[in-house]
Write a protein that binds this ligand. Structure first.
Ligand SMILES: Nc1ncnc2c1ncn2[C@@H]1O[C@H](COP(=O)(O)OP(=O)(O)OP(=O)(O)O)[C@@H](O)[C@H]1O
Ligand SMILES: O=C(O)c1ccc[n+]([C@@H]2O[C@H](COP(=O)([O-])O)[C@@H](O)[C@H]2O)c1
Length: 221
């Protein structure tokens, strides 16, 4: 009898990571355990086209991401969105990864519910599920009933209770303990001279101190 071999699953956590914080790491950990995933790849964006204002230089956001990921088993950093010119479109990233990694393994795009709610505004969002699954977790008070009707249709047609054994195409939800933090709140706290040590990984806070990030806006842009 042939014993089925589990399909390898790679979770993809994209973000501006300006800066990367404990909410991002909790999301990665929860997804890795709940879905489960063989690997979580962190992808700092090149140009987050929907965010207002200039982000901190990609070199700093990448360095902080590498420090936060450290040598955590199964966690890696992928620079392709920073290396690519122009606006960062997730559909391009998924297509590239699918070409590079082949048709068989499962790609799982990890999102907080704020971004799932926003999904129909993404570039060519309908194509995302051709290349990957989407796994979302609750962030803040958004309820499915308040989602964009286009996203509701997507969830109604592709929603599953658990990740199926397929390379792409499903939307699933996973639970994580709420971590009420955002990079915006952290940037504001740092600019006021606070040191929110419980909300940032220690090596990231050290990096911010050494490079005087978020203090006067000098490193942004
Ligand atoms: N505290 C959190 N809990 C769950 N998911 C989160 C949390 N913070 C960020 N995420 C998710 O991580 C991904 C990347 O988020 P991003 O880098 O934009 O951080 P952010 O804190 O939302 O930043 P900003 O405040 O600048 O908008 C998104 O899918 C987002 O939903
Ligand atoms: O592809 C798009 O059009 C698109 C629009 C908004 C956000 N995203 C992706 O969603 C992830 C989280 O984005 P953000 O802006 O919350 O940091 C990150 O990987 C972005 O590239 C992607």
């Amino acid at each position: 009898m042939k014993i089925p071999v589990a399909r390898k699953r790679i979770g993809l956590l994209g973000g501006t990571f300006d800066p990367i914080h404990v909410g991002h790491l909790a999301l990665a950990r929860a997804a890795q355990q709940a879905l489960p995933l063989d690997e979580v790849r962190f992808l700092p964006t090149g140009h987050s086209w929907q965010k207002q204002g200039a982000a901190t230089a990609a070199e700093h956001r990448l360095a902080m991401t590498r420090l936060a990921v450290g040598d955590t088993p199964g966690w890696t950093v992928d620079t392709r969105e920073i290396d690519r010119a122009g606006a960062t479109y997730t559909v391009d990233t998924l297509r590239e990864l699918r070409e590079a990694l082949g048709p068989d393994l499962a790609l799982v795009l990890l999102l907080g519910s704020d971004q799932l709610r926003n999904l129909a505004t993404w570039h060519r969002y309908r194509e995302l599920l051709q290349h990957a699954h989407i796994a979302a977790t609750q962030r803040g008070p958004h309820r499915l009933a308040e989602f964009d009707p286009l996203v509701e249709v997507l969830v109604a047609t592709h929603g599953c209770d658990a990740l199926p054994d397929a390379p792409a195409g499903a939307i699933v939800f996973f639970r994580m303990p709420p971590v009420p933090v955002s990079a915006t709140v952290l940037r504001e706290a740092l600019a006021r001279g606070e040191r929110p040590a419980e909300l940032l990984p220690a090596p990231v806070l050290d990096y911010i101190d050494r490079h005087h990030l978020y203090q006067d806006g000098a490193a942004r842009g």
